[in-house]
Design a protein around this ligand. Structure first.
Ligand code: 5GP
Length: 125
């Protein structure tokens, strides 16, 4: 079920459990601000999720409430992961679903990195 972008943070969400090491993931990157791991149900040859270590529900929550160091660290981590995955050329797509209209399912901010294939133009209608 999609979740509201500004719901209260739920410590039991699946990505919080991955951050606490309660559930395994196929990790590709970790630093002070972010963790990146392969999506369990990939939608492209490369499909990696990057999450901040702080407890933020969505981009709406993060952009309003995270500190500057957290925001800079997270944004840099997304770029570094894409670079380290060798995706800068020929390119990649970032996606962050926020809230019900976007069909956000996990209520911990995550950016999807898609790559490894020629993608279509923008959104299917
Ligand atoms: P959303 O729709 O919230 O933007 O995307 C959530 C993503 O999390 C989906 O692509 C889904 O496949 C992925 N996902 C859900 N549960 C798990 C899990 O336990 N492990 C991993 N690695 N990915 C998950």
């Amino acid at each position: 079920m999609p979740v509201p972008a500004l719901a209260p943070y739920d410590d039991a969400n699946i990505f919080a459990r991955i951050l606490r090491g309660e559930i395994p993931c196929r990790k590709v990157f970790e630093d002070d601000h972010a963790l990146a791991f392969h999506d369990i149900n990939p939608q492209a040859p490369v499909h990696v999720l990057v999450i901040p270590k702080g407890a933020y529900v969505s981009w709406a929550d993060f952009s309003a409430n995270a500190g500057d160091a957290e925001i800079a660290g997270f944004v840099r981590a997304v770029g570094q992961v894409a670079r380290e995955l060798g995706l800068e050329e020929p390119g990649y797509r970032l996606l962050a679903n926020a809230g019900i209209h976007a069909h956000q399912e996990v209520p911990h901010l995550h950016v999807h990195i898609f790559g490894g294939t020629q993608m279509g133009a923008m959104l299917p209608r």
